[in-house]
Design a protein around this ligand. Structure first.
Ligand code: HEC
Length: 157
């Protein structure tokens, strides 16, 4: 009798745990990507990563032109604006939820705003936008790439 109760409690506990975990991290998109999309995305991500490192240095040294150049490049690398075939587009849409696309769009839009702030030589605004962009990396990785990046903790928007 006692064992049954404990089992039930344990079952309920595990169920709660499962529910709370899924509400934190959505199902990872990585296993659903086609090989081509995965390669494109990884390539884009590495370019973004390098761009962000260059931007960081350029902001703190006041090299506005370098910020413009790198931010513009990040904006232009937008995966959805690349030469994807109709089939790739369909594959992407069926692999990722709307929230993912929204985050990606938002991220590339922030890059355009950062380029703009750098044309105005506005260091304060550059700092603000750089932080927002970093927030987007964390948000997308924690929500949709939790299988590869389990160490990135989710946070509320
Ligand atoms: C909209 C979602 C999204 C955003 C925003 C995002 N990433 Fe990613 N990132 C991914 C996905 C998905 C992968 C994993 C791709 C795979 O392995 O299939 C990834 C992987 C990576 C990788 C590993 C690439 C490799 O070589 O495999 C790096 C580095 C990276 N992201 C950096 C960044 C940085 C820096 C930012 C922000 C400036 C960022 N990402 C923003 C979705 C995102």
């Amino acid at each position: 009798m006692k064992a049954i109760t404990i089992n039930r409690l344990l079952g309920a506990f595990l169920l709660c745990l499962a529910v709370s975990t899924t509400s934190l991290a959505a199902e990872p998109v990585t296993p659903k990507l086609t090989d081509k999309l995965r390669h494109l995305l990884q390539e884009e991500m590495r370019a973004v990563q390098e761009g962000m490192a260059s931007i960081h240095s350029a902001i703190v040294m006041g090299q506005h032109e370098s910020v413009v150049e790198n931010a513009q490049q990040i904006h232009d690398s937008f995966i959805l604006q690349q030469e994807l075939t109709e089939q790739d587009r369909e594959d992407l849409m069926s692999a990722v939820p709307k929230g993912f696309i929204k985050l990606d769009k938002e991220f590339h839009k922030l890059a355009a705003s950062l380029a703009e702030a750098s044309r105005d030589q506005d260091t304060k605004e550059q700092h603000k936008l750089f932080s927002k962009m970093t927030g987007n990396c964390i948000q997308c990785h924690s929500k949709y790439v939790s299988d590869r990046f389990p160490g990135v903790k989710t946070f509320k928007d």
